[in-house]
Design a protein around this ligand. Structure first.
Ligand code: ASP
Length: 329
């Protein structure tokens, strides 16, 4: 019997259209529905039985906690069913890494979950969506894909949701895992794994979202010379932000102006995680910053640190305990 794969569509360029085969910009993302996406890749039906769901149809630059929660809940429901062998999510590439990491921490199954998308709209003369979708289903039906955490497939590369990030605004080869590398490769529909990521995921995290209607409010602030973003930090805190991720300079440094304001806000229970605006490498905090309660985001980029901080705050708001989550997940 063929494996049964659920494909959940959320929008993005893979479902994007424009009235020119040459145009790869200026299109409308999230214009086509799931049936049209599937019709473009009839070859999938030769090796998998597909059941499609439309979760949303948006440009993923406008992704929300609400859609991510719905997506995770739906995947958890589907994967409990015996007959569903794996899930593929079609998603815009802008925030794919955020949704992928969110699912990596909240899906409670070791069955494969794979995100894919496209850099060129479906109407392009060399659209990449159909091959990416084919590869994603090939990966989701592969026996070796179990218990690997959530994966991203783009441009034949297999990447871990924990480490993948978008590194090019327009090129087809837009996703990399700085410092960690790809998990594997797909060649002519055949899956080759050659790497593993040790961080815990899916069933091995304490984050259970099935009964949650919303998530704690966490925002990101960037560090830069002559930084005045401490004022923004204060405004966000006054508006209900519970956690901040700082995209620090270098190995996680914060401008003194901003740090002074953050220190005051932390006394009022604001939780602050320090990441870096640099794409590769670890954040290192001084003993003094650790003692003040700043959380080291390790090698997580700011947008992923935000995801983990939101989920951490669903469990507790103790910076020492949250620091442990950042070491493990
Ligand atoms: N802006 C688009 C989106 O994220 C880009 C893409 O999908 O490639 O929905």
């Amino acid at each position: 019997m063929k494996p049964k794969i659920a494909i959940l569509a959320t929008g993005g360029t893979i479902a994007g259209t424009i009235d020119s085969a040459i145009a790869t910009t200026g299109y409308k993302a999230g214009a086509l529905n799931i049936e049209v996406l599937l019709d473009a890749v009839p070859q999938i039906k030769e090796f998998a039985t597909i059941i499609g769901y439309q979760i949303s149809n948006i440009d993923s630059s406008s992704m929300s906690n609400e859609i991510q929660l719905n997506l995770a809940k739906k995947i958890n429901k589907l994967l409990i069913e015996d007959e569903i062998d794996g899930v593929v999510v079609t998603h815009g590439t802008d925030t794919m890494e955020e949704s992928a990491y969110f699912l990596n921490l909240t899906v409670k199954s070791d069955k494969p979950v794979v995100l894919t998308g496209a850099m060129r709209p479906a109407t392009s003369m060399s659209a990449d969506g159909p091959k990416n979708l084919y590869n994603a289903v090939a990966l989701a039906t592969n026996e070796k894909s179990k218990n690997k955490g959530v994966m991203i497939v783009m441009n034949d590369r297999i990447l871990s949701a924990r480490t993948a990030t978008k590194t090019h605004t327009l090129n087809l080869d837009a996703f990399f895992s700085p410092d960690f590398g790809d998990l594997g490769y797909i060649l002519d529909g055949k899956v080759y794994f050659y790497n593993t990521i040790e961080k815990l995921h899916t069933k091995n995290t304490p984050f259970n979202i099935d009964n949650l209607e919303n998530l704690p409010k966490v925002d990101i602030l960037y560090s830069y010379s002559d930084d005045g973003s401490g004022i923004a930090a204060k405004a966000l805190f006054d508006n209900g932000t519970q956690g901040l991720v700082i995209a620090g300079s270098g190995s996680g440094n914060i401008h003194q102006n901003q740090k002074n304001i953050l220190k005051d806000l932390m006394k009022k229970n604001l939780i602050v995680a320090v990441s870096s605006r640099i794409q590769a490498g670890q954040v290192v905090l001084s003993k003094e910053d650790e003692d003040l309660g700043f959380i080291c985001a390790q090698d997580l980029n700011p947008q992923k640190a935000r995801i983990l901080l939101m989920l951490s705050l669903t469990k507790n708001n103790n910076s020492k305990k949250i620091q442990e989550y950042f070491k493990i997940y």
